[in-house]
Design a protein around this ligand. Structure first.
Ligand SMILES: [Zn+2]
Length: 212
């Protein structure tokens, strides 16, 4: 899922865990993505593209067994819960952060092409419903609807709703092959992709924090 809607997930968790500062939730929902950015910059995980990038389906998250595998994401989620709850004595924060980390796995499994491994060093099979590759236009509407539902559950302000919609609309060209956008410049430039994702993570985190 795109950054704005991972960030919007923090709103649902905040609704349930009212006493947990939203900044912890915003970091938790993006924790595995921040790890993915770091590992891509370090050259440990890899992103590739087709000759031309017309939409998200032309971008391949070809190697990310550490940041995006079912075992590592679930493991980090459970470990974060246990450490924060038991070691720091903050059970509410621990559970909320653990759920935030796990939410990223669930949302990526729904939207991603089959690029999520079971565990590091186990290359096949890979998981993902493949919406981005097979059904990008329904994926776009699913993303925007999901962001709005998060806002609705949270009972956020009108400004927060507009921000969620605008950030989703900013991704329009990523889902519609016929609409040109920044993605055209991403062919064979994986670090540009990583940088754009990092900027989206930071900006959406700040915006949701400010407007929630
Ligand atoms: Zn992800």
């Amino acid at each position: 899922m795109f950054a704005i809607n991972h960030a919007a997930t923090a709103l649902i968790i905040k609704k349930v865990f009212k006493d947990v500062p939203i900044i912890w939730l915003l970091i938790s929902v993006q924790f595995m993505e921040l790890l993915w950015v770091s590992l891509n910059f370090l050259g440990i995980e890899k992103t590739t593209t087709d000759e031309e990038v017309k939409y998200v389906g032309n971008i391949h998250l070809s190697y990310m067994p550490f940041s995006h595998s079912i075992v590592t994401m679930s493991g980090v989620g459970i470990a974060a819960w246990l450490v924060i709850a038991k070691l720091f004595g903050l059970p509410e924060v621990g559970l909320a952060v653990g759920l935030g980390i796990l939410s990223h796995l669930v949302l990526d499994l729904i939207t991603h092409s089959q690029d999520i491994a079971l565990a590091p060093f186990i290359n096949q099979p890979k998981f993902g419903l493949g919406l981005y590759f097979k059904k990008p236009i329904p994926a776009f509407f699913l993303e925007i609807a999901y962001g709005v539902v998060c806002w609705w559950i949270y009972e956020g302000s009108f400004t927060l709703l507009i921000m969620i919609i605008l950030f989703n609309l900013a991704n329009l060209s990523m889902f519609f092959k016929a609409i040109p956008g920044l993605e055209q410049k991403m062919a064979h430039r994986p670090l540009l992709i990583t940088t754009v994702v990092l900027i989206q993570i930071i900006v959406t985190l700040i915006m949701v924090d400010l407007l929630s």
